[in-house]
Design a protein around this ligand. Structure first.
Ligand code: BTN
Length: 326
């Protein structure tokens, strides 16, 4: 690690309290003026560092720039699978596209890819995902030993993990709309796109893509999206440090992925039901080739939505957009 990285590390260990220039220069084996030069450099990167001639330096806040080191530090030993390798890009076509590329190359389970912006962000059903700076664009490579037909369960697991993470960390009512929308006050704050490479009976890898609107300016949503979209900033009433959001997301994903691998889909389904207010309501589902209306009754074993039609029969829906009618 270079001198600047070591200065940040030492100041982070003493966050909010002073560390003297003398201690820093002794620890690093460089002069006090060389320390000062690096502190000035850090300030230009957005680190807020107080400098007092008698007390030394005090780190007050860290800029909201994603770096693999910051992310690894924030999850450190508390995670076993997700986030073992972390790659951060300033701009990328799509973190899911990169995830597929790395998946093909054999990168290990738990590798994550993050980007500050995406210029070809992908949404479900061939849509695009608006990806300006200030949000979270995250993809994870997973290699679960499940059948390709069970892959939608990974989407449900991720929806449960993401909603739980945001609820617990920020005390906000985040809910799930089938299959993968994260909602606050019925407006979309995030979404999940699961893609995979598989053979008939075996998954090579899954790329689990999660997008969360965090600090973006809502005026950047196109008007038709804006009415149904929101950001964490809007709900919490302040900008959130994305590292904190990513860290809680990764920890909760790690937790729920292990639950899924060890105990199967039961606990995921239970939590999904608890966080899905549209269950039991009248809904309209628009799929590529049809529209159906009925009561959202539950999930089948593969994560499909069971809808009770007006004639009493049930239909299983595997993809589409759900609107709650009443
Ligand atoms: C949806 O339509 O609701 C799914 C949106 C998924 C967006 C995320 S952002 C990170 C990852 N990379 C992409 O290109 N898409 C997913």
């Amino acid at each position: 690690m270079d001198f600047t990285g070591r200065i940040i590390d030492l100041m982070k260990k003493n966050m909010q309290s002073f560390i003297s220039g003398e201690v820093l220069s002794r620890e690093l084996g460089i002069t006090r003026s060389a320390v000062w030069k690096r502190v000035k450099g850090l300030r230009t990167q957005g680190y807020i560092i107080e400098a007092s001639p008698s007390k030394g330096y005090r780190l007050l806040s860290i800029p909201d720039i994603l770096s693999s080191k910051e992310i690894k530090d924030s999850i450190n030993c508390s995670i076993q699978i997700i986030g073992k390798e972390v790659y951060v890009f300033q701009e990328i076509d799509s973190t899911n596209i990169k995830g597929m590329e790395l998946g093909d190359k054999g990168y290990s389970e738990g590798t994550i890819i993050l980007a500050e912006t995406q210029n070809m962000g992908k949404g479900r059903l061939g849509r695009s995902w608006i990806s300006p700076k200030g949000n979270i664009y995250l993809s994870v490579i997973l290699r679960p030993d499940i059948l390709p037909s069970q892959a939608p369960l990974i989407t449900l697991m991720a929806a449960v993990a993401s909603a739980s993470a945001l609820r617990n960390a920020f005390n906000i009512g985040v809910y799930i709309k089938w299959p993968n929308d994260l909602l606050i006050n019925s407006k979309k704050v995030g979404g999940i796109l699961t893609e995979m490479k598989s053979e008939i009976e075996r998954i090579n890898y899954i790329v689990l893509g999660i997008g969360v609107n965090v600090n973006m300016d809502s005026s950047l949503f196109p008007p038709d999206v804006r009415v149904n979209a929101t950001t964490l900033k809007e709900s919490v009433g302040r900008e959130l440090p994305r590292i904190e959001v990513i860290s809680v997301l990764l920890k909760e994903l790690d937790k729920w992925y292990k639950i899924f691998l060890n105990k199967g889909s039961g606990p995921v389904f239970d939590e999904w039901r608890r966080l899905s207010p549209s269950l039991g309501k009248r809904i309209k589902v628009m799929s590529l080739n049809r529209i159906i209306e009925g009561i959202a009754e539950g999930l089948d074993d593969y994560g499909g939505l069971i809808v009770r039609l007006d004639d009493g029969k049930t239909e299983k829906v595997v993809s589409g957009d759900v609107t709650v009618i009443n």
